[in-house]
Design a protein. Structure first.
Length: 275
């Protein structure tokens, strides 16, 4: 609802006064030099090459979100699509045509530069870009990608372990994935079948805009299977994540960077290839 409110044009003044409880004003705060203390928060930012051009898709019949998600599944994560005033996508033309079928009538290059300059009012691009970057980063690596809370999460795949690639992460946290002893998911009307509960090391990724530039934010985390059992696993997560600050958090973040961006140059110069 908050996103809908932010993007609603011509808001009535009386509603603004009732809903918006805070105000804003331009300020200028001088930046201090780098401190000498240990790192506290385990996250980092990378300069992203801007995904300015994609494909605009035209269809013989209207497409909804279910059609888009179905096409992405059909293509097995080889395409990414979103829906705004039109349907936009990244991916190979033949793959897009196979995924959407005969309803797809044409594809044409489309620049999203102007929309990126008004990012706050085009938030549907956020997930679009994050998903494209995530799929680029997991190529050739023992990783899965899941959507969670409006963002993307990269998860170490227990079905495809690679001790060489994940060695640095393992040195920081020990076991990388495993069943949570004695825990099964609760039975609910939405989930009538109980399942074993598993955990795996993961990293959340988000794309933020700061001063007109776009940055990739990485935040190490732990993924829980099945997803709806996360609340049950709070105790496990507290124990697993509770000491990941300062030097340990820095080492874990560096380990994820070495897995996702294996290069010798400064991480801030990394670029991501569009799918």
């Amino acid at each position: 609802m908050s996103r809908i409110w932010k993007q609603s044009p011509d808001k009535p003044k009386e509603l603004i006064e009732k809903i918006d409880r805070t105000g804003s004003q331009a300020v200028s705060i001088p930046r201090k030099g780098a401190g000498g203390g240990a790192q506290f928060f385990a996250f980092t930012r990378f300069r992203c090459s801007k995904y300015r051009t994609c494909l605009e898709l035209s269809f013989a019949a209207a497409q909804d979100w279910d059609d888009i998600h179905s096409a992405e599944q059909q293509a097995r994560n080889q395409i990414v699509a979103t829906k705004g005033s039109s349907i936009l996508a990244w991916g190979d033309e033949q793959t897009l045509r196979r995924a959407f079928g005969k309803d797809l009538t044409s594809l044409s290059p489309y620049s999203i530069k102007d929309r990126l300059q008004d990012y706050a009012n085009n938030l549907y691009l956020k997930g679009f870009i994050e998903r494209a970057i995530g799929l680029s980063l997991i190529r050739g690596k023992p990783l899965l990608m899941e959507d969670w809370r409006g963002g993307s999460v990269l998860i170490l795949d227990r079905q495809r372990p690679n001790l060489t690639l994940t060695k640095n992460i393992s040195q920081c946290v020990g076991s990388l994935h495993g069943r949570i002893d004695g825990m099964v998911s609760a039975i609910t009307p939405e989930h009538p079948k109980s399942e074993e509960v598993w955990g795996a090391e993961a990293v959340r990724l988000e794309v933020d805009e700061i001063d007109g530039r776009f940055w990739l934010v990485l935040k190490p985390d732990v993924w829980i299977w099945p997803k709806h059992a996360r609340q049950q696993a709070i105790g496990f997560l507290d124990e697993r994540l509770g000491s990941r600050f300062n030097n340990r958090g820095d080492a874990l973040l560096s380990a994820w960077i070495s897995l996702l961006l294996p290069r010798t140059g400064p991480a801030g110069r990394s670029r991501f290839a569009a799918i």
